[in-house]
Design a protein. Structure first.
Lengths: 333, 363
């Protein structure tokens, strides 16, 4: 008998298999099949982006954020990377009985602040309380609606020669949550990168017409997201390992635990694919934003190795970068 | 990062690669075995095979603890996870290793009885916090992990933590290498030996590799520059010798404190290796004095006879006789998300490394 395991939720290959074999099989339709971060819906002359995401992070408070602000920013970012201005979000809460009311209040205050910071309104909501043990403290779901203002974002626009930009250090969210959860301290405290990206994305889209596609590298990390982009396409992506921004704290944690930072989740980063001509301009706009200070060109789209991401390693070698399969497991020795 | 960046320096690695090319005779094919799984991972992760001259072949050996753990042992761990009142604690890479009929990850989904820990201290803590549960630690690995497991048993003894026990599947490296090299089919010109095992056991236990087996050996570190330098040292050897490349870590006599802990708690035993079969004196079992903490003695384990997939060639892969790509299951029935053989499960397994980093030939 097949069981759902944690690996099915890790954002990697197993999750994609689950999506295809269960969800797509039964729910198949034109919009869903596009598998975008948000569904793009045409209503009259307007194009709307619509998305949903659930948050089950443990612990609920971590360096650099909490489950509330993360639930707002995650949905805001999923709308933003589709070229939409986030407008309204819903808030669904599943609360475990016995949770301190003060904790709930703290989370809701954080949601209020995050919504203000990202310029969205929480316009509807729902609360359920379940028996102790039926969930872990609190689970949050947010859905969001935004208005599409930039219509030229599509994987189909990507061409060999385009540049690949990432907006800052990768893996900080994963390491922040992990170190808090496991009580492991690394040399420097790693803060989650959880942040709203709509402001920066709006500015970069208005600065240049050369932006082809964007996606935020959440679960599965940079490597998995790049693989989603090249999957069954007529191009590949070459990444230069030494150009990928990884902060010292994240590197230390990865060395210690045997993780590869390329597979760790971000909650406030975006991958931008842009024509090489516009790359410099886009980069300078991104770097002016507090959430994009660490932006770098990390590689380029290439005509060979179609459907693959490969990495030019720091040591001068080269290897294929696969999609994450299952969760990363710490090494034995 | 100190001690990391220097050892991944592109220029230095390029320089050593040139020296290797100059030192190796162009027509002579060299087959070297990197014994340790961490070596294998490093070689793939940093793309070192692309930098080495074509006539040097690197073969992955039996040094990935997860890979060499047989189904029979996994079946016991899985049986424990299904027992009432038991919490099984394990290092992460054991979770997805397939036993004959299930995995710890699947049992976790069924019974919520498995916890991933980062050290034996976490397992002990769990035992302290859950006095009404039995906490079992799945002890596998070589001399690099057995000292901490030994210490956890010593601590449990001292603090009278009676609900803690260890399912012991520890193995020792030198005896396995002897068994490996007894197989006449193996054609290996030299070995890269695992540096961290020698950090514990020192240099001496490997002397037989030179004396009895006439193999050149370098005890090597794990960064790309370490591995490249070790290969250079092997290529330059005139006649078989045992040398240490990883001098910044290894003392000639290893770590006496760690060895003392091992000696206090464990005794030598025959042990089954996936791919090698039962190897005399190549394992550790908990000795009589500490048998109270032996999970196999504490619990009545009802385990069906182990079952192996006949098409899996993990054994020959471990011996370096075949490569993962020779296996008909590789990349099809057996992939990291649904592994058949254990070489695919651990990130350090030969098959997982091949799949992840080299899966297809570049255009």
């Amino acid at each position: 008998m097949h069981k759902i395991t944690l690996s099915h939720g890790s954002g990697g290959k197993l999750m994609h298999q689950l999506i295809d074999s269960v969800f797509m099989k039964e729910l198949d339709n034109k919009t869903l099949n596009q598998k975008k971060d948000s569904a793009i819906l045409t209503i009259g002359r307007k194009k709307l982006a619509f998305t949903t995401d659930s948050y089950v992070v443990k612990p609920i408070f971590f360096p650099g954020g909490d489950i509330g602000s993360m639930a707002v920013y995650g949905t805001v970012n999923d709308l933003s990377v589709c070229g939409a201005k986030p407008l309204f979000i819903s808030l669904g809460l599943i609360i475990e009985e016995g949770l301190d009311k003060s904790i709930l209040e703290k989370i809701i205050k954080s949601i209020k602040l995050a919504a203000k910071r990202s310029g969205v309104e929480v316009v509807t909501g729902d609360t359920k309380v379940v028996e102790k043990g039926s969930c872990d403290k609190i689970f949050v779901n947010t859905s969001g609606i935004g208005e599409v203002y930039y219509r030229n974002l599509a994987v189909e626009n990507i061409r060999p020669g385009d540049s690949v930009i990432v907006s800052g250090g990768i893996g900080e969210h994963s390491i922040s949550v992990l170190s808090k959860r496991e009580g492991i301290a690394f040399g420097t405290e790693v803060k989650s990168d959880s942040a709203p990206l709509n402001g920066m994305i709006n500015r970069l889209l208005s600065s240049s017409g050369g932006v082809k596609f964007m996606r935020d590298p959440t679960r599965g990390g940079l490597a998995t997201t790049l693989n989603e982009i090249v999957r069954s396409r007529r191009f590949g992506i070459a990444v230069n390992e030494e150009d990928v921004p990884v902060t010292r704290g994240v590197r230390q944690a990865c060395e210690l635990l045997g993780f590869d930072p390329l597979y760790l989740a971000c909650e406030g980063r975006v991958i931008v694919i842009v024509s090489s001509k516009s790359a410099g301009k886009v980069l300078s706009v991104m770097r002016k934003d507090p959430n994009g200070k660490g932006s770098r060109i990390i590689g380029e789209v290439c005509g060979e190795n179609k459907g693959f991401v490969y990495l030019n390693t720091t040591s001068g070698g080269r290897r294929i970068l696969e999609m994450l399969s299952g969760d990363q497991l710490p090494r034995i020795c | 990062m100190k001690y990391i960046d220097e050892f991944r320096d592109r220029k230095l690695i390029g320089k050593v690669a040139r020296q290797i090319r100059e030192a190796v005779k162009p027509r002579r094919a060299c087959r070297f075995m990197e014994v340790c799984g961490t070596h294998t991972m490093s070689i793939f992760r940093f793309g070192l095979k692309e930098i080495l001259p074509g006539n040097i072949t690197l073969i992955s050996g039996p040094g990935c603890p997860v890979c060499v753990t047989p189904n029979a042992f996994l079946d016991k761990a899985i049986a424990l996870a299904g027992m009432k009142g038991v919490i099984v604690t394990t290092f992460g890479d054991m979770l997805r290793v397939p036993g004959s009929y299930s995995t710890l990850e699947k049992e976790k989904a069924k019974f919520n009885s498995v916890r991933m820990v980062y050290s034996t201290d976490d397992a002990l803590d769990m035992a302290r916090r859950n006095p009404d549960k039995e906490v079992v630690f799945i002890g596998i690995g070589f001399e690099t992990t057995s000292p901490t497991v030994a210490r956890s048993i010593l601590t449990a003894g001292k603090e009278k933590i009676k609900n803690y026990s260890v399912l012991c599947g520890h193995k020792t490296m030198p005896q396995a290498l002897r068994a490996l090299l007894d197989d006449k089919k193996i054609g290996i010109d030299g070995l890269l030996l695992p540096g961290h095992v020698s950090a514990i056991i020192g240099v001496k236990p490997y002397e037989f590799l030179v004396k009895d087996k006439s193999k050149g050996c370098i005890i090597a570190g794990f960064e790309p520059l370490d591995i490249m330098q070790a290969i250079l040292m092997l290529v330059k050897q005139k006649g078989p010798k045992l040398e240490v490349q990883y001098t910044r870590v290894i003392e000639k006599n290893g770590n006496p404190l760690a060895r003392k802990a091992i000696g206090e708690v464990f005794q030598k035993a025959d042990s089954e290796w996936r791919g090698l079969g039962i190897v005399k004196d190549s394992g550790l079992e908990i000795n009589k004095k500490y048998s109270f903490f032996d999970a196999e003695k504490r619990f009545k384990l009802n385990v069906k006879p182990p079952k192996e997939n006949k098409n899996c060639i993990c054994g020959d892969v471990l011996k370096g006789i075949k490569t993962p790509e020779d296996c008909r299951l590789f990349g099809k029935a057996c992939a990291p998300e649904h592994p058949v053989g254990a070489c695919m499960v651990s990130g350090e397994g030969s098959c997982a490394a091949y799949y992840k980093y080299k899966a297809r030939v570049y255009a």
